[in-house]
Structures are given as C-alpha cells and as structure tokens.
Design a protein around this ligand. Structure first.
Ligand SMILES: [Zn+2]
Length: 243
C-alpha cells in the first residue's frame, strides 16, 4: 500500500452535492465522530457556481470556515457542474480517485431520492464510485479501495430512518458551521420573499433535529438509513426505552 495514501486515510467521509449540504444533514455526526478521535472528511461534488446568492469563491471560503467548525481533517471539492450533475464515467472516476486517496472505512451519502436532482444523482454517482474504486483493473491512479459501509442521510427523506445519532452535544456547533455560509443565510431584505430569514431557518433546523432526537430519547438527532440489515450483538444493553 502506498504509505502517503495511508497516512492521509480518513475514517469517515461524507460526500454531498453542494457546499452546505452536510452542514444540514450529517454535520453533527461528523463532529461527534471527530470528538471520538476519528479522522473525518467531506467531499463536495460541486462548487455552487449556479447558486442565486454569493459566488463560488465566497462559498469556498465559507466552506473552509465551516470545515474548521466541524473539526474536519479534510475537505475537498471536485468542481463538477452545479445544478446539472450528470451520471458520467468521468464524474464517477473523479470521485473514485478521491476515495482511493482518502481511503474511508465509512461513507455518508445523500438519500437516493429527493427534490433536487443533484442530491439523488450525487447518491448514485458516489455509490457507483465506491464500487469502482475497489476494482483492481480499473485504469485509475492509486491502490484499490472500497469503503466497508455506506450510510445514507435521511434528514430530508420522508422515510423511517434505520437509526438516529445523538447529536445533542454537537448541535450548536453544527448550526454555527451552517451559518458560516453568510452569503446564503444572512438576512437580505431585497430577497425576503425568496429566502427565509436567518431565524426562520434556525427554527426549522432546530425543530427537525429535535424531532429526530426525540425518537431516541435525546435532545437532538440526525437520522440515517442503510440498505443492508443492522446487526445487534447485545440485546440486553440496547438503548432507547420501549415504554
Ligand atoms: Zn444541496
């Protein structure tokens, strides 16, 4: 194995379509795992050049600031076409290349259905890239690597999650990370009709996290779904009271 690749290896990688997606969907989990001592990272697929507010350069600075707030070891951006992400071999290989470089054990993807085409396409592209990255004969630099586990963020999916991570101790930090994107979330009276005010966004995000927290007897939570079955080894110590 390439030693430089190993030294850069991270434990948990979240892949998302846009900067500020992970701050809304799984940032609390990333913070919680960093606090446990894991090396965490984010790979944003697009640079946000189609966004109504701000520009790609501003959002890049904001993403760096949010990365520090979320205690990330690594954050990267592939610069794929924003708002028109397409399932191409080129895009899959670009993601697979990063997977070989970063060598995550666990990957968090967006849910595979959604309103924004970039979100479900990101889920599909990244899933296929996880598969491709493990193929020995693939014409791609780096040692083959396939993540062991794929979690899908279920926050904006109208489904019953498979599990919820307690982010009570990380929620405020996650909120601060989201509000690093001042170009997106600062109140702008001229666009008041189109963009909800800062306080409205905060209330909405708090309510959603509170709802998922309540499901596991915690204050705040982040929901996930997995395609395979969850295994439990100790049924005596299972958390969350039934009655
Ligand atoms: Zn997004």
């Amino acid at each position: 194995m390439n030693p430089s690749a190993t030294s850069r290896a991270i434990d948990l990688l979240a892949i998302a379509a846009h900067r500020d997606d992970v701050e809304q969907t799984c940032g609390g989990t990333l913070i919680a795992m960093a606090e446990k001592g894991y090396r965490t990272g984010v790979l944003d697929l697009t640079a946000g050049e189609m966004g109504t507010r701000g520009d790609a350069a501003t959002r890049a600075r904001e993403a760096e600031e949010a990365a520090r707030e979320m205690l990330l070891t690594h954050r990267d951006n592939l610069g794929l076409p924003d708002a028109r992400l397409e399932s191409t071999l080129e895009a899959k290989l670009a993601i697979a290349g990063k997977l070989r470089e970063l060598r995550p054990r666990t990957v968090i993807l967006p849910y595979w259905e959604g309103r924004h085409p970039d979100h479900y396409r990101a889920a599909e592209l990244a899933y296929e890239a996880c598969f491709l990255a493990g193929l020995k004969k693939l014409e791609l630099a780096g040692e083959p690597h396939r993540p062991a586990k794929i979690l899908y963020s279920a926050l904006y999916a109208n489904i019953r999650p498979a599990f919820v991570v307690d982010i009570s101790a990380q929620f405020e930090r996650r909120l601060k990370a989201l509000f690093c994107y001042r170009s997106q979330y600062e109140d702008q009276p001229t666009a008041a009709g189109l963009f909800p005010a800062h306080q409205e966004i905060e209330e909405r995000i708090r309510a959603v996290a509170r709802y998922y927290g309540m499901l596991i007897g915690a204050k705040y939570g982040e929901p996930f779904i997995v395609k395979e079955m969850l295994r439990i080894d100790d049924v005596v110590k299972m958390p969350v009271a039934s009655l």
